[in-house]
Write a protein that binds this ligand. Structure first.
Ligand SMILES: [Zn+2]
Ligand SMILES: [Zn+2]
Length: 268
């Protein structure tokens, strides 16, 4: 296996669905040869009050500060967060971003207003078109708010619709909407993530897929982030080389990562 150079989406036991320590995840990453590793534990904005702080993210940052010297010279560990539904609680989200010492703010939409997490929905009982229209509308709202560095798993509902049902969505029907979101991202310097979690799950594909990543490239997008979305050490770096191969094939020349909230690049 070729070594992996970067992974900008991972979870530790500071996420409710993660189990391993910051040290365990970093140890695995450095074994793989990863030079840039972002830890992005979950923080679901709608679960907090406007004045709250996330103790999980605070504790995670403390752990990263503690273990980082052990990897000095071999791997840079970036202090990230996967901030879910930020515009459902902008007071909390903006306080988190301004008060925490974060390198990387990765935003996601796991749970739309009035709905459960896409993970829990029964798609046979849903109007799929309405669901996706609302999803892309709220994703656009997040990009317009704009206080993030990258969008995680841009086509998140597809992970479950295609991964768990025989319902097939033709994403091309949403390309005009997706293009308008991409244009906002390009204007605001928000990167598109190639999330590789689907490659090791039922989906068997990246999020978003090749054509949807190509659409971003074709309208002038240049900022590509890559992430395994590993929730355990064994998944760190998984699929990243596939994601980089896709990016190269489409015509991207570099991968973006964020340090102190500024874009940095690795040539590919
Ligand atoms: Zn996520
Ligand atoms: Zn994640």
């Amino acid at each position: 296996m070729h070594s992996v150079i970067i992974d900008c989406h991972s979870h530790t036991r500071h996420s409710p669905d993660g189990s391993e320590t910051v040290l365990d995840m970093c140890t695995r990453a450095v074994e793989l040869g990863i030079e840039i590793f972002a830890i992005t534990d979950h923080c679901e904005a709608h679960e907090f009050g406007g004045d709250d702080i996330s103790s999980a993210i605070k504790n995670c940052i403390e752990d990263i500060d503690e273990v980082s010297p052990k990897f000095s010279g071999r791997m840079e560990i970036l202090k990230g967060v996967e901030l879910g539904q930020p515009t459902q609680n902008t007071a909390f989200s903006e306080k988190l971003i301004s008060e925490m010492d974060l390198d990387f703010v990765l935003c996601a939409l796991h749970e739309m207003r009035g709905y459960d997490d896409f993970y829990f929905l029964n798609y046979y009982e849903q109007d799929i078109h309405e669901l996706l229209t609302r999803y892309f509308d709220e994703l656009q709202e997040i990009c317009e708010w704009g206080k993030c560095d990258a969008i995680a798993h841009f086509t998140y509902p597809i992970r479950y619709i295609h991964g768990r049902t025989d319902i097939r969505v033709n994403l091309e029907n949403y390309y005009e909407k997706i293009k308008s979101i991409y244009n906002i991202m390009i204007e605001k310097g928000i990167a598109l993530e190639i999330n590789t979690s689907g490659l090791r799950g039922d989906l068997g594909d990246t999020l978003p897929d090749y054509q949807c990543i190509k659409l971003y490239h074709d309208i002038g997008g240049q900022l590509i982030s890559v992430g395994s979305d590993a929730h355990k050490a064994v998944d760190v770096g998984q699929g990243i080389n596939d994601a980089i191969a896709i990016a190269k094939d489409i015509g991207f020349k570099k991968i973006t990562y964020f340090k102190s909230r500024n874009a940095n690049f690795i040539s590919i």
